[in-house]
Design a protein around this ligand. Structure first.
Ligand SMILES: Cc1cc2nc3c(=O)[nH]c(=O)nc-3n(C[C@H](O)[C@H](O)[C@H](O)COP(=O)(O)OP(=O)(O)OC[C@H]3O[C@@H](n4cnc5c(N)ncnc54)[C@H](O)[C@@H]3O)c2cc1C
Length: 303
């Protein structure tokens, strides 16, 4: 596989000079958990054209790959991964109009929030503090404080499983709670159009600042994590169940259930994948025994 990946990397680089190519790149450098072993190749295609070429070629050559946004919802194991990771970081164009934003998948939600504020557009305030990219956010219909991406997405342009570029409207994205049609599919999100409304810039700014303050107060933002570890179960909150099970502060190795927010497992210093994995299992088992509820991970675990 290494030879095939080397050849792919050389062709990507010669076809699209300026593409970021990193062999044996540790994923702890690219994930907010700061955990993860090396991948054979980490590539940052420098344009939409380069990105599309890369996905089509990886598929054609049967090389295992994965698309990564900002790495804020993933946990890689510490072993070496025979895998190409394609970063969307340079799918980074943003076009703002009177009531919409068209954006590349790699653009951070924080940047989009600021762009909306500058243009006096309301509707995206909820997303400003979510540390992911637009593509990663659409993939799992990220949301916070009563808003979800499904409320603002008008259409999504993606590469389908046959390598064809397609655009679908919101209703065809099959958005649900922390899920969409893209989850677990082969479809790769390239860009999206967001429908917003003209609003009062002062009110937009106030709302963004208020939500940021609530995050700082409630969430352990000073320590690496991937946000909420588990999805919200029906009729409840994972953090409440974990707290009531007496697990706040529980730790294994460098992984700890945050004392500030029991829904977060944090890397309190040098946590390994095994530490986090074992702690997730402990939390799941304890909550299940106590309440009969099985918590489902929200983060994507790459073993
Ligand atoms: C401190 C903190 C706070 C958080 N708060 C929230 C919150 O309030 N609400 C919330 O919903 N989430 C929250 N999260 C989780 C995370 O930020 C979101 O899930 C975010 O949407 C993930 O985006 P990403 O770009 O980082 O995705 P990544 O972690 O890079 O990827 C996640 C998944 O999406 C896939 N993916 C990424 N981009 C694409 C693409 N272009 N096409 C196809 N698949 C793609 C990846 O393959 C992977 O399976 C938080 C995380 C942290 C660390």
């Amino acid at each position: 596989m290494t030879d095939y990946i080397d050849l792919f990397a050389r062709e990507l680089n010669s076809g699209f000079p300026g593409t970021g190519i990193f062999f044996g790149e540790p994923m702890r450098r690219h994930t907010t958990f700061r955990i993860g072993g090396t991948v054979s190749l980490f590539a940052e295609p420098k344009s939409l054209e380069a990105f599309v070429w890369a996905v089509r070629e990886l598929r054609r050559r049967g090389i295992p790959y994965m698309v990564l946004g900002n790495g804020s919802n993933v946990l890689f194991s510490d072993r070496p991964h025979d895998l190409v990771v394609l970063s969307t970081a340079r799918l980074d164009t943003v076009r703002v109009s009177v009531d919409s934003i068209i954006s590349g998948a790699g653009v951070l939600l924080s940047r989009l929030g600021n762009a909306a504020l500058e243009a006096g557009l309301t509707g995206l305030e909820f997303a400003h503090g979510i540390p992911g990219s637009l593509g990663g956010g659409i993939y799992m219909n990220a949301g916070a404080y009563g808003g979800e991406l499904k409320d603002v997405v008008e259409s999504v342009t993606f590469l389908d499983c046959y390598g064809t570029l397609r655009t679908v409207a919101n209703r065809d994205c099959r958005f649900g709670y922390r899920t969409s049609r893209f989850e677990g599919s082969e479809e790769v999100i390239l860009s999206a159009a967001l429908r917003l409304r003209p609003g009062d810039p002062r009110a937009i700014k106030e709302k963004m600042e208020d939500l940021a303050a609530r995050r700082r107060e409630k969430q352990p933002l000073n320590l690496p994590s991937a946000g909420s570890t588990f999805k919200r179960p029906e009729n409840g909150f994972a953090s409440k169940l974990i707290d009531e099970a007496g697990l706040k502060g529980a730790s294994i190795g460098g992984a700890r259930v945050s004392e500030k927010h029991a829904g977060f497992i944090v890397n309190a210093g040098g946590a390994s994948f095994e530490d986090v994995d074992a702690l997730m299992e402990l939390v799941c088992d304890t909550v299940r025994k106590r309440t009969g509820i099985t918590l489902e991970p929200e983060i994507r675990v790459i073993r």
